[in-house]
Structure formats: structure tokens, C-alpha cells
Write a protein that binds this ligand. Structure first.
Ligand SMILES: Cc1cc2nc3c(=O)[nH]c(=O)nc-3n(C[C@H](O)[C@H](O)[C@H](O)COP(=O)(O)O)c2cc1C
Length: 146
């Protein structure tokens, strides 16, 4: 199956999670395009059944530029897609970008494969063990597609 892993990042942690998820999906035999928001457009979403969306949490939500890209993508590509949303955030935050993205896409009619997932950063670095959790997320997405 073709999947899009699309992410935003400032310091690189969300990118590392996205790449680990993408590697696991590829290892499971899927055709994966892993794209950074700043280098992407709505066209990347077209004709791809499953979107894996990763965002840093800025002020409790995804950066505005990323939310705009997602909204335009739904407008262009339609709601007949499955998705998984994940974010990176500080420890102890009860809600983050993934929760809001998840809700927005469900409200738009897209089908979630899994609940929103979060990965913890400490300062500007991923907490130890989060990359392994990202690999587990990639495997769980692959399992949900079997
Ligand atoms: C402007 C700004 C606002 C932030 N606001 C939040 C926040 O509301 N909640 C939170 O958990 N982390 C917050 N953070 C921390 C980010 O979640 C963290 O920098 C991000 O996960 C790192 O991902 P990246 O390395 O991919 O940029 C904020 C960071 C920045 C730069």
C-alpha cells in the first residue's frame, strides 16, 4: 500500500520520529513517501490512501502552516483517507498537536487507524526510548493495515 508520512519540525525530533515510523512501514512492505511540511504541497496527499501526520506541539497545537497544509490537502484530496496523527511535546502536557489534528480530521470525515500518539522531548532532544516507541508505532500502523 502507498502511505504518506508527513511532518513538521523545528529542531528535528519530529523528523526523527517520522523517519523511524516510515522505515518500519517500508520494512513491512509498504511504499512510503516521507515528506517535510516545508517541502510539501497538497499534491503529495493525492492518491495516497493513508496519511501519517507528525507535528511538534506549539502552544498546544500544530503550527499554523501545518494545519493550513492539512486543511488544503483535505479540500484537494477529499475525505476518503485513513490517517494516524502523532506529535512531539514536553512531558506532562495533557493535550498536544496530535489530539487536535486527530479531531480535525475525524470531523472532516477521515478514518483514524489508531488513537493519536505522543513522543516526549526534553529540551531540544527526544527522550531516550522514544525512537523505539516510534518504531513500535510504525509496526502498529502496518498491523492495522493487514
Ligand atoms: C514556540 C513553541 C511553543 C511550544 N509550545 C508547546 C506546548 O504548548 N506544549 C508542549 O508540550 N510543548 C511545546 N513546545 C515544545 C515543542 O513541542 C518541542 O519544541 C517540539 O516537540 C520539538 O519538535 P521538533 O524537534 O520536531 O521541532 C513549544 C515549542 C516552541 C518552539
Amino acid at each position: 500500500m502507498r502511505l504518506l508520512v508527513i511532518y513538521d519540525t523545528v529542531y528535528g525530533s519530529t523528523e526523527r520520529i517520522a523517519q523511524a515510523v516510515a522505515e518500519e512501514l517500508e520494512a513491512a512492505g509498504h511504499e512510503v513517501s516521507c515528506r517535510r511540511q516545508s517541502l510539501s504541497g497538497e499534491e503529495d496527499f493525492l492518491g495516497v490512501g493513508v496519511w501519517v501526520i507528525g507535528s511538534p506541539t506549539h502552544w498546544g497545537r500544530a503550527p499554523f502552516r501545518f494545519k493550513t497544509l492539512l486543511k488544503n490537502a483535505v479540500k484537494e484530496a477529499g475525505a476518503d483517507h485513513a490517517f494516524v496523527a502523532f506529535d512531539t511535546r514536553y512531558d506532562g502536557m495533557h493535550a498536544g498537536a496530535a489530539d487536535r489534528t486527530h479531531r480535525m480530521l475525524v470531523n472532516a470525515g477521515l478514518r483514524p487507524l489508531l488513537p493519536p500518539a505522543s513522543f516526549i522531548v526534553e529540551g531540544k532532544e527526544l527522550r531516550a526510548g522514544e525512537e523505539a516507541r516510534a518504531r513500535a508505532l510504525g509496526q502498529a500502523i502496518a498491523a492495522s493495515l493487514r
